[in-house]
Design a binder for this molecule. Structure first.
Ligand code: SF4
Length: 456
């Protein structure tokens, strides 16, 4: 999922619209924009791509110089228009709109506790929980209510909250989901990825820090509140490995450079005699270039992607994912026939996509296919909003490396170890929980571990 916000700029909806195009790779199932002209809110949203949902007429209705937007993918049964953000909440203390990237780990406990106190939920989304927590706190002003609500939620989030005169941007205390701030046309822009800044001509200012809430208010400098007592820098490694666009800079790391470094380390750690290096487009192209540069084996565009088919990994059902592979990728037969191929891929989740690609290359005449993966084996599910599935579906939770190699029918298989992933990112820490099982938060897997009674 991706979020974007604009504060204090004419035609805010148009800027959000172009920004959402730049964030489209983060989710293709639904999108929306909510604006405010200081008096009212205006909102359009729908299920589909940004290009399908918005047109000139709809954008012209989205008046105001402040706006937030969202692109989404869903996991499980969380689809449907009701779950497409931004959400809009009516309240006697002032209406507000919200958009969220991430996933809360204590949502079940909070939902049960809030329902017991009379809250009625309209969606199955975690995002609504923060709104209910804010609304319950009637005694406090808006900033205090948000701050207190943030101390009750746990998990991964970049929250944007738009009121008629302010924009609040909140990042979880471990910094799992990124969000950056830029400057544009005398106002401000915030986004899950900086590639949206390039799309609208904004200048990058800084990242929102873990545990920070930044408040934008008219005719004032942005204000910052550190709402978390403890914080850490555990940004999701998969943002760098898979999710983000190569032209994005996240916490000082260019995504292309990180992926190229990963490919270089793979070439050093797992060399192989081969004729060409190819990458699974788009997210593994940079890694393949790095591997080729380091090994001296030529890089070739051996797989062509049909750009008009959605990303297989973030389609919600296995059936759609499997059909998607062949529709999405085609081998360049004349390059591949008779060649020993090194194939770079970002990750192996269920293994079905990898198997299809290896088979496809062999059917196109590849003599050997050596698979190099730009992250460690995924042994554990993600509870922070990345649909890496359950233990039962994760191939590396079921098989060792040799077992996975056999399953995907590769001639050899090597994964980038954790320490080299961190080296490629040039930083001491990231969330690596889907590889290591060391989750940066409590997971609240049993019922009744969270009590909100004392908070009100
Ligand atoms: S568990 Fe994996 S996918 Fe989830 S936030 Fe951590 S690194 Fe990212």
């Amino acid at each position: 999922m991706g979020v974007i916000g604009v504060f204090g700029c004419k035609n805010a909806a148009e800027l959000i619209y172009y920004g959402l195009h730049a964030l489209q790779h983060r989710g293709q199932e639904g999108c929306g924009i909510c604006t405010t002209d200081s008096t009212d809110f205006h909102r359009e949203r729908g299920e589909g791509l940004v290009i399908e949902i918005f047109n000139k007429k709809k954008l012209s209705k989205l008046k105001g110089d402040c706006a937030i937007g969202h692109v989404r993918y869903s996991s499980g049964n969380m689809g449907g228009l009701d779950n497409v953000q931004p959400f809009l909440f009516k309240h006697h203390t002032g209406d507000f709109s919200m958009a969220h990237n991430g996933n809360l780990v204590n949502s079940r406990q909070l939902r049960m506790a809030l329902e017991a106190q009379g809250s009625i939920f309209h969606t199955s989304s975690d995002t609504e929980i923060l709104a209910h927590l804010m609304k319950m706190n009637r005694r406090k002003d808006r900033i205090d209510a948000i701050e207190e609500a943030l101390t009750m939620i746990e998990g991964a989030y970049a929250f944007l909250i738009l009121t008629k005169d302010k924009l609040y941007v909140c990042r979880d205390k471990n910094g799992l989901r990124p969000v950056s701030i830029g400057k544009i046309n005398g106002g401000y822009i915030v986004s899950s990825e900086t590639c949206a800044f390039e799309a609208v001509g904004a200048t990058f200012l800084r990242d929102v820090e873990p545990g920070e809430m930044v408040i934008f208010e008219k005719d004032k400098d942005p204000k910052t509140i550190l709402f978390a007592g403890e914080y850490s820098y555990k940004m999701c490694a998969m943002e760098l490995v898979y999710f983000a666009r190569p032209d994005s800079e996240i916490e000082g790391i260019n995504v292309h450079t990180f992926r190229k470094n990963s490919g270089k380390y793979l070439a050093r750690l797992a060399p192989v005699e081969a004729d060409l290096v190819i990458g699974v487009p788009d997210s593994s192209i940079s890694g393949a270039i790095g591997y080729a540069e380091e090994s001296g084996i030529p890089y070739e565009i051996g797989l062509i992607k049909n750009k008009y088919i959605g990303r297989t990994f973030i389609q919600p059902s296995q059936e759609l994912r499997e059909k998607g592979v062949r529709l999405k990728l085609s081998p360049v037969r004349s390059l591949i026939t008779g060649k020993r191929v090194v194939l770079l891929d970002d990750s192996i989740v269920r293994g079905t996509t990898s198997k299809h690609i290896v088979r496809m290359l062999k059917e196109a005449g590849a003599k050997e296919v050596h698979v190099r993966i730009c992250c460690p084996p995924m042994h554990h599910p993600c509870f922070y909003g990345v649909d890496t599935s359950t233990y039962d579906e994760l191939i590396s939770a079921q098989f060792d490396v040799e077992g996975v190699r056999k399953m995907i029918e590769a001639d050899s298989l090597f994964y980038l170890p954790e320490e080299y992933l961190l080296k490629a990112a040039n930083r001491p820490d990231l969330c690596l929980a889907c590889y290591s099982g060391k989750y940066p938060t409590h997971l609240y897997q049993s019922k009744g571990e969270f009590n909100i009674e004392h908070k009100f």
